[in-house]
Design a protein around this ligand. Structure first.
Ligand SMILES: NC(=O)C1=CN([C@@H]2O[C@H](COP(=O)(O)OP(=O)(O)OC[C@H]3O[C@@H](n4cnc5c(N)ncnc54)[C@H](OP(=O)(O)O)[C@@H]3O)[C@@H](O)[C@H]2O)C=CC1
Ligand SMILES: N[C@@H](CC=O)C(=O)O
Length: 819
């Protein structure tokens, strides 16, 4: 014999009830079918009762609406000739309900006992209507009044079952009948005085489990509107998947922690008798669903290779902390705390105590927090008044997120992975609990972070074979920024396929406009230019605020501007664990304290601050230097040509076209800074050697660098147009520089050097035997002389400027964020 339970959504309307009966008809062994009230009915019955209690005649309308709903369902299901009996049954039930609610209305009092009586009509009506429909379909069965066979105490609304009496009554009723099919209302029972009781919200699952245990069923099937228990709430996690198989214990943990497909007490009766329990979908009956069964080697193999079964959460919590030096080493404090809470019927969801015994922390429903504080402060009044204990501290707007899995036991590294993933995403853990069963690790976090946390953990534990989502915010979509977007667009599929990374651009901006997409979406990379034009007016503050408020996992802010204000927002973002990738050099070459503080902040908040493209564009200059230092090498000297623009200019200038024209060409090719005077004046190279010196461990400022510039001072007066005009006028100066070098068989190169705590930049004559002589186009070269490379330097050389190569370097930094 098996037991099937159909929930509210499965019997929400006539068409669904037909599906239910079809499933029942497929059964090839005796069955007990337990049904809930039609979807939404219990809430409406509660509402009617409460309206009546408040003296509000609107309760009549609610009852009328409910009556119509049930009459309509009966009319839709039954042929006209079979309707009258069922319709008059419905009317009779509603007459009774009206009488009860009128009593409540007159007395303006709604006891839990009366409330149970009112809500019991939901299951009575649904089961009677379904029974009538089954008869009309010639499905022979016996309707059983659950109130007659499930006996409870008188704890109305959450009654405790008397299993010995109930098991006997159920088996007598079932095994004395010659029927093979039984239909029973869920949720309802009765006490020793035959007063109707209920088993708690969601109690129909429990009813089914009680029947299953009483008849020692071959299986219990919980039919609902989802295909089994999921690895996480599918409304939050797009990649949530059905759990094929799990143990009773893990199912219980998951259901306690918010996986609402099964009412938590349901598991106990079936677990005791080892009855396999299936969660199935009424609307996709052929799908496998989830099997909950005893944990053994076979079931463990069936559960697959995942260590974690699922991730669930509970919201609307408060954390209560009792702290004080007076607690240390004195027995009885926790007993008094829990007694105070129990006396006020405050349910404790999670408990932690530091080993110093200086504090005990419990999580409770937020609604109970104030009464808990009142009770606890009263209990500890003497200790509070003499300063041994502090008044109970309440922190609100919290949630619990729990990792559940049978295979977590003795599997090292799970909590490390959990907290690492949360930490990298700036999710602060307020309290932690793990039972010695090692089946559940629960953490208390801010409610605002819970959706992000569920996604982060789902990604960390279930999506290694699917993908990791990267949420990218780009400020600056000019020369380099637009190439970056083009590269991201082109490589989207490659990233998914080869690196399991889903790179989504979630926000973009230029100096005038900004554009964001709603959570879950990405900016359309085919139409982003037009879409950005239609976006909101750019406000840097608003942009940053939105990035933070979106609170997305694996978020990265990409600065592709040359703007000082943009460079000032990094810290704010890093403090929220949002990584920063910058090709803008301003922050890394700003005051040393700021540079250091950004690096420190990134480290402290588990974010990355990456700026590889600040030197040598896409060349691995900074990463090479970092690798040398991380492995213990010491940098003695750096010699480099670091300006793509200047290398291009001096490689192309020979007096045949004016110097100014060659510079203009470099700008056209996309090698110069947005303001080319920074390149020609040496500032760009100063920034780069400064950044390299700092990365080599030197505490240095811009002012410490000597700039042996070659541009006449008059070139810096006025605008960029004036700059070009003045360079034209100064052509003889540039010609002379060239001629002298040429006459010495040398080339002109703008060289940067760092050694012994000093750095300089300037134009040099490079002879033919120099490493720098054969440096063509806009290439860069960096020579690292270190303890390990004292004579023959480590050389990094290649294209050192240009939108494509720079975008490619930024791209690589972005991917590093998805570590
Ligand atoms: N070119 C190269 O080879 C390399 C460049 N870089 C660095 O790349 C960065 C970008 O260079 P590039 O793309 O050539 O510059 P562009 O001038 O072409 O683009 C700059 C972008 O930043 C936007 N912007 C400027 N100010 C703001 C602001 N306050 N808020 C929002 N957006 C702003 C601009 O918007 P709008 O169009 O509205 O003005 C534009 O979209 C520079 O820092 C440069 O040093 C680094 C290595 C190599
Ligand atoms: N303007 C720079 C570009 C990269 O930083 C250069 O010319 O090297």
């Amino acid at each position: 014999m098996k037991v099937l339970k159909f929930g509210g959504s499965s019997v929400a309307k006539a068409a669904n009830i037909q599906k239910v009966v079809n499933i029942v008809k497929r059964g090839n062994e005796p069955q007990i079918v337990v049904v809930s009230a039609l979807g939404g009915v219990t809430d409406m019955l509660i509402k009617a009762g409460m309206l009546a209690e408040n003296g509000d005649e609107l309760y009549k309308e609610v009852l009328h609406e409910l009556e119509i709903k049930h009459l309509d369902a009966a009319r839709e299901l039954l042929p006209v000739t079979n309707q009258s009996g069922c319709l008059s049954m419905v009317k009779q039930y509603f007459n009774e309900l009206e009488d009860i609610c009128e009593g409540v209305y007159r007395l303006q009092e709604l006891s839990l006992r009366t409330k149970d009586r009112i809500v019991s009509f939901g299951e009575l009506l649904s089961s009677k209507i379904i029974s009538a429909y089954m008869l009309s379909q010639h499905v022979a069965h016996q309707w059983i009044d659950s109130r007659k066979v499930i006996k409870t105490n008188s704890n109305f609304s959450f009654a405790g079952v008397d299993f010995s009496e109930t098991n006997k009554l159920i088996s007598d009723a079932i095994f004395s009948s010659k029927e093979n099919l039984f239909l029973a209302p869920g949720f309802i029972a009765s006490d020793v005085n035959n007063h109707t009781t209920t088993l708690g919200r969601g109690g129909s699952d429990y009813t089914a489990a009680i029947f299953a245990a009483a008849v020692n069923a071959s299986s219990l099937e919980i039919w609902t509107d989802v295909t089994g228990m999921m690895t996480a709430d599918p409304r939050w996690v797009a990649n949530a998947k059905t759990i094929d198989s799990t143990s009773y214990q893990a199912a219980m943990e998951l259901s306690h922690f918010g996986a609402k497909v099964i009412y938590p007490p349901t598991i106990q009766p079936v677990m005791q008798q080892n009855i396999p329990t299936y969660i199935k979908n009424t609307f996709a009956p052929d799908e496998k669903g989830t099997l909950i069964q005893e944990l053994n080697s076979a079931s463990s193999a069936a559960a697959g290779t995942e260590i974690i079964t699922g991730i669930s959460s509970i919201n609307s919590l408060a954390l209560l902390s009792l702290e004080g030096s007076g607690m240390v080493g004195i027995p009885g404090f926790s007993k008094r705390l829990f007694e105070a809470l129990a006396n006020e019927k405050v349910n404790v969801i999670l408990i932690t105590q530091s080993s110093s015994e200086h504090s005990i922390c419990v999580a409770v429903n937020a609604a109970d927090a104030s009464k808990a504080k009142e009770a606890v402060d009263k209990t500890f009044e003497p200790e509070i008044s003499n300063g041994k204990v502090e008044p109970l501290k309440i922190e609100r707007e919290l949630s619990i997120i729990a990792l559940v899995g049978d295979k977590m036991k003795s599997h090292p590294g799970i909590s490390g992975r959990m907290f690492g993933a949360l930490g990298r995403n700036g999710i602060n853990v307020r309290a932690i609990a793990q039972g010695s069963s090692e089946r559940n690790i629960s953490t208390v976090i801010a409610a605002a972070d819970v959706k992000k946390a569920v996604n982060v953990l789902h990604e960390a534990f279930f999506e290694s074979t699917t993908y990791k989502q990267l949420n990218i915010f780009i400020v600056g979509v000019g020369n380099v920024g637009s190439k970056l977007i083009a590269q991201l667009k082109q490589q989207q599929e490659f990233l998914l396929e080869h690196s399991n990374i889903q790179a989504r651009i979630t926000g973009i901006a230029n100096s005038r406009k900004m554009l964001f997409v709603d959570n879950g979406n990405a900016i359309n990379l085919n139409t982003w230019q037009q879409d950005l034009e239609k976006g909101d007016q750019m406000s840097l503050d608003k942009f940053v605020e939105t990035v933070i408020d979106k609170n997305l996992r694996n978020a990265v802010f990409v600065d592709v501007t040359a703007n000082g204000e943009v460079a000032k927002v990094y810290k704010q973002l890093l403090e929220k664990s949002i990584s920063v990738v910058a090709c803008n050099k301003i922050a890394a070459s700003s005051a040393y304290d700021n540079y250091k503080s950004l690096k420190f902040t990134a480290n402290e908040f588990n974010a990355l601050y990456l700026f590889e493209t600040n030197v040598g564009a896409g060349l691995p200059v900074i990463s090479t230097l970092n690798d040398l230092r991380k492995s213990g090498d010491v940098v003695n000297k750096i010699q480099a040509v670091l300006s793509g623009t200047l290398n291009f200019v001096f490689n192309h200038y020979n007096g045949s076209v004016p110097f100014a024209e060659v510079v203009r060409q470099a700008q056209k090719e996309g090698y110069t800074e947005p303001d080319p005077r920074l390149d020609l004046g040496g500032t760009d190279v100063m920034r780069k050697i400064l950044i390299l010196a700092r990365e080599a461990g030197e505490q240095m400022e811009m002012e410490d660098i000597t700039n042996n510039g070659f541009l006449p001072a008059s070139c810096f007066e006025g605008s960029v147009d004036d700059f070009y005009a003045e360079m034209l006028r100064q052509e003889p100066h540039f010609r002379a520089l060239y001629d002298v070098a040429h006459s010495r068989n040398s080339k002109l190169k703008f060289v940067a050097q760092y050694e012994g705590g000093k750095a300089s930049v300037g134009l040099q004559h490079i002879p033919a035997d120099s490493d720098f002589y054969h440096l063509y186009g806009k290439d860069n070269i960096v020579l690292f002389y270190t303890q390990r490379y004292p004579v023959q330097p480590l050389v990094v050389k290649g294209a050192g400027a240009g939108a494509d190569v720079t975008a490619s370097g930024v791209f690589a930094d972005i991917i590093r964020v998805a570590r």
